[in-house]
Design a protein around this ligand. Structure first.
Ligand SMILES: [Fe+2]
Ligand SMILES: [Fe+2]
Length: 294
């Protein structure tokens, strides 16, 4: 579907029904979660996904300080987007609790408290710099967002395939549908904005090449990102999936032809993790028994 303005994209987004409504969540077969065991190696990954999702309110706050966050169309999208992402984290937490992994009542507060100090300082600097770029930053923000949303959706798809848990699969299907709508918004606005100027394309490409990291890297402990990526994407089929569904799609954005960044980064993490981080795997697996928000 071709949009002419970002307002058209917003109108489309607002017509999409939410999947993870109260009724949907209450109607999930919570009592049967324990009937199917979940492989423990996925628990640190689910905790990571949960924390990344609930940190969206922090990203949202930061984005409001940028030129795009002050754009009325994008600001309106972000209001609903922010709420949906937080629901994703909360539903994942409910699943973990039902599966026998209790979490403290104030887990959301703890997740925020554990955001690294370096991340806070860097973000402050970056959001301040974006103000120098003005509205030219919009294309970058939207392209970055589209790549983040596409890669997040693929992480959920991998989790669904690998964990193969019937209730978790229903939850993930709901989340994936909402992530697809987010992708479509970011993607469509990115395309419109990138088409406007070659400078915007150059800036966006440079920023993605230089700064793109898997979602959550930087704000959460590095070893958690690496463990999660390696658990979900190690092996040729995982890397191939990322390449087909994220990198090759991102190449269709104006100025992004021959991009290799996302595939190379994910493949690099998987390679390094295999050779150096067996200890991290043991540490994270032990941590879940202490319900750690580490
Ligand atoms: Fe999400
Ligand atoms: Fe999303």
């Amino acid at each position: 579907m071709a949009f002419e303005t970002s307002k058209d994209v917003l109108d489309w987004y607002e017509k999409q029904d939410r999947t993870l409504t109260r009724e949907f969540i209450d109607g999930l077969p919570w009592r049967s979660v324990k009937d199917t065991p979940i492989d423990e190696k996925f628990v640190p990954v689910l905790l990571y996904m949960r924390d990344v999702e609930v940190l969206t309110d922090m990203y949202h706050r930061e984005m409001r300080r940028t030129p795009t966050g002050r754009d009325p169309v994008i600001a309106k999208f972000m209001e609903r987007w922010g709420i949906e992402e937080i629901t994703h984290g909360q539903v994942i937490n409910c699943f973990l609790n039902e599966a026998g992994y209790e979490t403290p009542d104030d887990w959301q507060k703890q997740t925020h408290k554990n955001v690294t100090a370096a991340y806070r300082a860097n973000t402050y600097l970056l959001t301040s710099l974006t103000n120098l770029l003005g509205s030219r930053f919009t294309a970058t923000h939207m392209a970055f967002g589209a790549i983040h949303e596409m890669s997040t959706a693929q992480a959920y798809r991998r989790m669904k395939e690998l964990a193969n848990h019937p209730v978790l699969s229903q939850i993930l299907d709901g989340i994936i549908r909402e992530e697809a709508a987010h992708t479509h918004f970011y993607w469509s606005v990115a395309k419109l904005e990138l088409k406007k100027s070659e400078t915007a394309q150059k800036i966006a490409r440079k920023v993605v090449e230089t700064f793109w990291r898997p979602v959550g890297q930087g704000s959460l402990a590095k070893k958690r990102t690496e463990y999660s990526i390696a658990t979900l994407f190690s092996g040729d089929d995982g890397i191939d999936q990322i390449d087909r569904t994220v990198t090759q799609r991102a190449r269709q954005l104006p100025g992004f032809d021959d991009l290799t960044k996302v595939t190379s980064r994910i493949a690099g993490i998987c390679r390094n993790f295999r050779s150096h981080n067996a200890v991290t795997a043991v540490y994270l697996l032990l941590s879940i028994n202490f319900y750690a928000v580490f």
